[in-house]
Design a protein around this ligand. Structure first.
Ligand SMILES: *Cc1c(COP(=O)(O)O)cnc(C)c1O
Length: 371
C-alpha cells in the first residue's frame, strides 16, 4: 500500500528551506570549524532569548540534557527522583544513569501528564527532584508541582523535549524550574538533522557547571576543573537549527490549525476520545493523540488505507521489563496502564495539507461506521 498520509514527513520542510539550509551547511563546511564556535553560541543565545531563560547550553541530545542536569544538581546514589509513568524512556533512564532511583507517578486521565494529586504520596526523605514532562506538547500542571517543590525543598526539572514554545499561564514552559531540557531530535517541533539538545537555566553557577561537565569538565581546553563527558551541540546542527528557529512559532500555529481540523471533524465519533487542552495552556501539538478501545483495529484499518499512525507509548514506563526490578504494585499506574492499549497518535506535522487531514478523518469515520 502506498503511503498517502505519513505519520511525519520531514521532506516538505527541507524543500521549503533548502536554499537557506544548504547555504548554512555549506558555509559551515567552508569555515571548517566543526566543534563549538560562533554558530553554536548564536543559536544558544537566540534559543535562550526565545524561550525566556538566561542561559542555554547546547548538548548532544535531549537525553544527555536530563542526565547532565541531574548530575550537576548533585543528584545520585541514594536519591530518588519523581517522574511520570507515561513518557519516552529518556526521562527515567537518565535518573538511573545519574545513580538515583526513578519513582513513577500515574498520569492525569485528561491531559496524560503527571497526576499532581498523586505526587505527595510518592515523596520520601530521599526525594530530591521532580521531572514533569510536557507530554505531546501539553504543559504539565505546573502550579501545584511548584508548590510541592517549595514545600519539600525539591528541584523542579522540566522535560521540554515535546514542548518547544508551549505555554502555561501565558508563560513559556522551560522557564519554571531550576533547569529545563530540550531535544532537537529530527521529528520534534524544532528538529535538527541528527541528534541535538539543549539545557536552559537562569542559575549562573549551575549554567557554568553544566557547560564544563558537557565539555570534559572544562571551559578552556586542557583545563579540567572536574571530570566530565563529551556532550556538545554539533556546529552543523547548530547552523541548521538557527535557520529553523525563526519558523518555530509559525510551525506551531500550523500544528494548532491541523489540531482544530481534527477536533472539529472527529467530534462524537464512536468511542473516540480527543485531546483535551486545559484553559491555561497553549498546546504545541507535538503529537495528536486520540484514544479508543478499538485502537488495534483502527490502526490496522488506517495502515491498510495508506495512513501511518504511531503509539506514544505502547508500554507505560513502569510496565517495561527495564523497571521490573522496582516491583511496582499492580494497579499502581492504573490510568497509564489502561491507556497504553488505547492511545493512537495521528499524523501531525506542520506541512500536512488539508486533503491529507480530510483523508485521515474520512477513514476514521468509515472505520467506526463499518464496525
Ligand atoms: C525525545 C525525548 C527525549 C530525548 O531526546 P533525544 O534528543 O532523543 O535524546 C526526552 N524526553 C522526551 C519526553 C522525549 O520525547
Amino acid at each position: 500500500m502506498e503511503i498517502r498520509v505519513p505519520f511525519v514527513d520531514l521532506q516538505p520542510q527541507y524543500q521549503k528551506l533548502k536554499t537557506e539550509i544548504d547555504s548554512a551547511i555549506f558555509s559551515t563546511l567552508q569555515e571548517s570549524n566543526f566543534i563549538g564556535g560562533y554558530r553554536v553560541t548564536q543559536f544558544e543565545n537566540d534559543f535562550a532569548k526565545l524561550i525566556g531563560a538566561k542561559h542555554c547550553i547546547g548538548v548532544a541530545n535531549g537525553t544527555d540534557a536530563i542526565y547532565i542536569v541531574l548530575k550537576m544538581l548533585g543528584i545520585g546514589n541514594g536519591d530518588e527522583v519523581i517522574t511520570v509513568a507515561n513518557s519516552w524512556i529518556s526521562t527515567s533512564e537518565t535518573i538511573t544513569q545519574a545513580g538515583a532511583k526513578p519513582v513513577f507517578v500515574d498520569i492525569d486521565a485528561k491531559t496524560y501528564t503527571i497526576n499532581v494529586d498523586l505526587i505527595e504520596r510518592a515523596i520520601t526523605p530521599n526525594t530530591k527532584a521532580i521531572i514533569p514532562v510536557h507530554l505531546y506538547g501539553h504543559a504539565a500542571n505546573l502550579e501545584p508541582i511548584i508548590a510541592i517543590c517549595k514545600k519539600y525543598n525539591l528541584y523542579l526539572i522540566e522535560d521540554c523535549a515535546q514542548s518547544h514554545l508551549t505555554k502555561y499561564n501565558n508563560q513559556i514552559v522551560g522557564t519554571f524550574g531550576v533547569a529545563s531540557t530540550f531535544s532537537f531530535y529530527p521529528g520534534k517541533n524544532l528538529g535538527a538533522y541528527g541528534d541535538a539538545g539543549a539545557i536552559l537555566t537562569n542559575d549562573d553557577e549551575l549554567a557554568k557547571k553544566i557547560r564544563m561537565y558537557a565539555n570534559h569538565g572544562g571551559l578552556v581546553k586542557h583545563q579540567h576543573e572536574i571530570e566530565g563527558i563529551n556532550s556538545r551541540l554539533d556546529t552543523i546542527q547548530a547552523a541548521i537549527l538557527q535557520v529553523k528557529l525563526s519558523h518555530l512559532r509559525s510551525w506551531n500555529e500550523l500544528r494548532n490549525k491541523h489540531a482544530e481540523f481534527y477536533l472539529e471533524k472527529l467530534k462524537g465519533i464512536g468511542d473516540l476520545v480527543l485531546p483535551y487542552t486545559t484553559a491555561n495552556v497553549y498546546h504545541t501539538y507535538h503529537l495528536f493523540v486520540v484514544r479508543t478501545k478499538h485502537r488495534q483495529a483502527l490502526q490496522h484499518y488506517l495502515t491498510n488505507r495508506g495512513i501511518q499512525t504511531a503509539i506514544h507509548y505502547p508500554v507505560a514506563l513502569p510496565n517495561l521489563p527495564a523497571y521490573a526490578y522496582l516491583q511496582n504494585k499492580e494497579n499502581e499506574f492504573a490510568v497509564a496502564t489502561q491507556f497504553q492499549s488505547e492511545i493512537l497518535s495521528l499524523p501531525m506535522y506542520a506541512d500536512l495539507v488539508e486533503e491529507q487531514l480530510q483523508l485521515v478523518c474520512d477513514n476514521i469515520k468509515a472505520f467506526f461506521k463499518e464496525m
